[in-house]
Write a protein that binds this ligand. Structure first.
Ligand code: DX5
Ligand code: ZN
Length: 226
């Protein structure tokens, strides 16, 4: 299934509640919340309180949390308590990946594994039974508004081919960073089916129309190949 996830990082922070409700009204599949610790990535964003704000402003909008933390294992519980429904951790983090993915699932949440653009896709292979999705970063994590890195496309393709050869075509592959109509279609043609988009969607006067058009564009590109 093709899914579109606006990233709250690109929202107008002075009107956070309204921006969250704008995402809900857009028909997007989930709200993507980027958590940065100024250590794993060179930037600082927000913590569980903002996840709680999202749960309060738009209770039915699915909350998808991307932890860019050196020690995500220490923060599964606070984010789960705040209302996260999927928690993603980086494979490059400094913790027991196996155990942390298991803890996320034990809390009844979906688990995701994230790879930086430079990390080979094969690194994810041993964890595929412990996660519900793999996210390929298509920018260096840390900031919104960067350009999509096309060198990640073969990584997506490699994992999609592996999953198909294992008889798991429905496994979710997500991309995050620099997604717009053109790059979203490229990622979809390589095998991605979930698309995080921050600056592209938040700068649209009609977010709903843009979400629908992006979903449509990615759907067509995905089905030309898969
Ligand atoms: C980057 C974040 C992304 C970012 C995407 O570290 O993980 O989710 O907000 O923003 P755009 O779509 O503007 O590249
Ligand atoms: Zn993200």
């Amino acid at each position: 299934m093709i899914q579109i996830l606006p990233s709250l990082l690109a929202a107008d922070g002075a009107r956070l509640g309204e921006e969250i409700r704008r995402v809900e009204a857009s028909g997007a599949d989930a709200l993507h919340l980027d958590i940065m610790d100024a250590h794993f990535v060179p930037n600082l964003s927000f913590g569980p309180d903002v996840v709680r704000v999202a749960a309060r402003c738009a209770p039915t909008l699915y909350r998808h949390v991307h932890l860019m933390l050196t020690r995500p294992d220490l923060y599964v519980a606070p984010f789960a308590d705040a209302g996260a429904q999927t928690i993603q951790i980086h494979i490059e983090a400094d913790c027991d990946i196996w155990q942390t993915l298991r803890t996320i699932r034990d809390r009844g949440l979906r688990s995701g594994l994230v790879l930086r653009p430079q990390t080979p896709p094969e690194a994810a292979f041993p964890y595929l039974d412990l996660c519900d999705e793999v996210l390929f970063m298509t920018v260096n994590p840390g900031y919104g508004g960067q350009s999509f890195m096309p060198e990640v496309l073969p990584h997506i393709e490699k994992l999609r081919n592996r999953l198909r050869s294992e008889g798991r075509p429905a496994f979710d592959i997500m991309v995050d960073g620099g997604v717009n109509f053109e790059t979203g279609a490229q990622a979809a043609a390589a095998g991605a089916n979930q698309f995080v988009a921050g600056s592209f969607l938040f700068r649209q006067p009609e977010m709903g129309a843009a979400v629908a058009a992006l979903r449509d564009t990615c759907e067509r590109a995905f089905h030309t190949r898969f």
